[in-house]
Design a protein around this ligand. Structure first.
Ligand SMILES: *[C@@H]1O[C@H](CO)[C@@H](O)[C@H](O)[C@H]1NC(C)=O
Ligand SMILES: *[C@@H]1O[C@H](CO)[C@@H](O)[C@H](O)[C@H]1NC(C)=O
Ligand SMILES: *[C@@H]1O[C@H](CO)[C@@H](O)[C@H](O)[C@H]1NC(C)=O
Ligand SMILES: *[C@@H]1O[C@H](CO)[C@@H](O)[C@H](O)[C@H]1NC(C)=O
Ligand SMILES: *[C@@H]1O[C@H](CO)[C@@H](O)[C@H](O)[C@H]1NC(C)=O
Ligand SMILES: *[C@@H]1O[C@H](CO)[C@@H](O)[C@H](O)[C@H]1NC(C)=O
Ligand SMILES: *[C@@H]1O[C@H](CO)[C@@H](O)[C@H](O)[C@H]1NC(C)=O
Length: 570
């Protein structure tokens, strides 16, 4: 699932704001009139906002290094279906979707449990060299534990998928946890709130290495921990819906998840690497925080703090010094007179966590414009969802191209967030690893009839792939793969199929769930087959011709993400 900011804005903004307010109202500034002024500027329109005036980059031709992986990304719950087929256990998402008043879209999803060979063929037809998918933990271990027994049909399914990929010359990049926790672990033990999850996850990861590690050489432990921890265990609006955990519980959960990640890495390093020779990393959500005024040190600091609370929460322990970022420690734990809300790593734990990754997977979709402010209003993403982050507010730049539904920040097309984030990560963290761009993509509302000529998505991939090439060519970043989100329209969590991100259109009215390539699939295939934008190639010329147009609002008119996106509101 890509769209953290969309989901946070559209769906649970009000609830979140209420929670946030209960926490920060003691910090209301004395100067209410200044605050009211700022708020009124906000509601009067975005024209009053100060744009970041980030320069539009020119098109550059260029190709990626040999062995670069071109792929698409998916997640088990969003595509597999077969939620209880052949012995699969219930996940927290199944459980959530089966409660009254919801549509259990994920029960069949795109039926990739049965149609995996079709999916592999779609990738092969585009000339992909890789495929990122996730393993459903309860499909392998129905109650989450080895003691509960291994579901052989689940093992068979992933064997068939992996073999099919390899037969089509696509390398698997496999996520072990893309949010579909076995419900039994939640019900019995409280899910990720329980430290013993480190052991259960390690058992599961070990099983994955044992069964599939002869063919899978790239493992991601977790997908976007931020995006399941804050909504699931902090705000409580997504599964497992544990409410009011923003002050303490979400930090404790993240502590467990970071340790579980490190443990799974060490298990691989100690027991499997010599024989299997692969790599294990983590996939982090990495929206870029752009300082509104880059000449103002306060804005620069505020944007850095935003990065710390989002990316750094996980990246700093794993790729940095083994500990949480200083900004988080200071703002959450204060002067240390109270029991720390942000847990404290022991020295041994720091040494264990530090450097426990062979690569960094980054999901990079868009950016926020960040400015320094101590005002509560206007309510924004930070005040609603990251209330512990003080002195920073977010907005967006009206000059950034965006879709018709500009209230959903997701649709802001900010290709240079890739290069900025890679620069930031490279400069900030001492543990040097290769990067994979594990997700990026653009959503559109479901339309009837579907518009197969998805110019917005074509523009998006032109700009974003070229930005990745710029990062490699101009900045020398060690980027080894680009994975588009996503192969085909799938089940966008609680939104079902009303939100579409696929390179292929999926016809959900058709019992066959037929997938049809959009024009963007052809373009992305041309890019992949030729390793980027070689000089003189037809698609390079085409991209150059469209370059200026793609930097205007015009191509994105068909996007926008639909209200009521988030399951908490359904
Ligand atoms: C944590 O999990 C263990 C099983 O590993 C269980 O015995 C314990 O009761 C759980 N703790 C809580 C608070 O649920
Ligand atoms: C990883 O495994 C190698 C080979 O066994 C070992 O030398 C190294 O110390 C391990 N790294 C860590 C951080 O444990
Ligand atoms: C940006 O910040 C600098 C330094 O504080 C200031 O001099 C300048 O006026 C600011 N620019 C704008 C457009 O506000
Ligand atoms: C916010 O408050 C802090 C602490 O009083 C102060 O240091 C900082 O300059 C303030 N930020 C702004 C943008 O006024
Ligand atoms: C898609 O639309 C664009 C812009 O209108 C047009 O130039 C292009 O020819 C169309 N492509 C196809 C395959 O119809
Ligand atoms: C989707 O499938 C239904 C049922 O087979 C069919 O009637 C409809 O034309 C299809 N829609 C598109 C856009 O292909
Ligand atoms: C359903 O898909 C299968 C496999 O792609 C195909 O053979 C069959 O003709 C399709 N059926 C319909 C009704 O489209």
């Amino acid at each position: 699932m890509p769209k953290t900011r969309e989901m946070l804005f559209v769906g649970f903004f009000l609830l979140a704001a209420a929670v946030a307010h209960s926490e920060i109202c003691t910090d209301l500034p004395e100067d209410i009139s200044a605050e009211a002024r700022e708020y009124s500027q906000h509601v009067q329109g975005i024209s009053k906002r100060q744009p970041s005036s980030y320069p539009k980059e020119p098109f550059i031709s260029g190709t990626v290094p040999p062995g670069f992986l071109w792929g698409t990304s998916t997640a088990a719950y969003q595509v597999e279906g077969g939620w209880n087929t052949d012995g699969k256990g219930e996940s927290i998402w199944d459980h959530y979707a089966h409660r009254s008043g919801r549509t259990p879209w994920g029960d069949t999803a795109t039926d990739s449990y049965h149609k995996y060979a079709t999916d592999v063929q779609l990738g092969a037809d585009m000339g992909m060299t890789a495929y990122r998918f996730s393993i459903s933990w309860p499909r392998l271990l129905p109650d989450g534990t080895l003691a509960g027994g291994v579901n052989q049909a689940g093992v068979d399914y992933y064997n068939k998928l992996i073999d099919e990929l390899i037969a089509h010359k696509m390398e698997p990049l496999v996520t072990m946890y893309h949010w579909d926790l076995p419900q039994a672990l939640q019900t019995k033990y409280g899910g990720w709130t329980n430290e013993s999850m480190v052991d259960y996850f390690n058992d599961y990861a070990t099983l994955c290495y044992q069964k599939f590690g002869d063919r899978v050489k790239r493992w991601a432990t977790f997908n976007e921990p931020w995006s399941f921890i804050v909504p699931g265990y902090g705000l409580g609006v997504s599964p497992p819906q544990m409410l009011f955990g923003m002050r303490r519980r979400q930090y404790e959960v993240a502590h467990v998840v970071i340790k579980a990640h490190a443990r799974a890495w060490h298990t691989y390093n100690d027991t499997f690497r010599a024989q299997q020779g692969g790599e294990v990393g983590i996939v982090l959500g990495a929206p870029w925080g752009q300082p509104r005024n880059t000449s103002d040190p306060r804005d620069v600091q505020a944007a850095d703090n935003f990065e710390q609370f989002f990316l750094g929460w996980f990246a700093n322990p794993i790729y940095g010094n083994g500990d949480y970022p200083d900004a988080m420690k200071q703002m959450i734990n204060g002067d240390g007179t109270e029991k720390p809300r942000l847990p404290v790593f022991t020295e041994a734990e720091k040494a264990y966590v530090r450097g426990a990754a062979d690569f960094a997977g980054l999901n990079m979709y868009s950016a926020y414009l960040i400015y320094a402010s101590n005002h509560t209003l206007p309510l924004d993403f930070i005040s609603a969802v990251i209330p512990d982050l003080k002195g920073a507010k977010d907005t967006e730049d009206p000059t950034w191209p965006h879709g018709s539904s500009s209230s959903t920040v997701l649709s802001y097309v900010v290709p240079w967030n890739i290069r900025e984030q890679l620069r930031y990560f490279s400069e900030k963290y001492s543990h040097k690893v290769p990067f994979y761009i594990t997700e990026t993509g653009i959503s559109e509302k479901e339309q009837f009839p579907p518009n197969m000529n998805d110019t917005w998505r074509q523009c998006y991939y032109m700009l974003y792939v070229d930005e990745a090439i710029r990062a490699i060519k101009l900045d020398g970043r060690d980027v080894r793969g680009f994975f588009a989100w996503t192969l085909m329209d799938n089940i966008e969590w609680g939104s079902g199929h009303s939100v579409r991100l696929g390179l292929h259109y999926t016809n959900f009215s058709d019992p066959n769930l037929t997938r049809t390539p959009r024009v963007s699939a052809k373009l992305y295939g041309d890019i992949a087959r030729s390793g980027g934008f070689p000089e003189g190639a037809a698609h390079s010329k085409h991209t150059q011709e469209w370059w200026d147009w793609c930097h205007t609002m015009e191509p994105y008119k068909g996007t926008g993400t639909g209200a009521g996106w988030y399951p908490g509101m359904h």
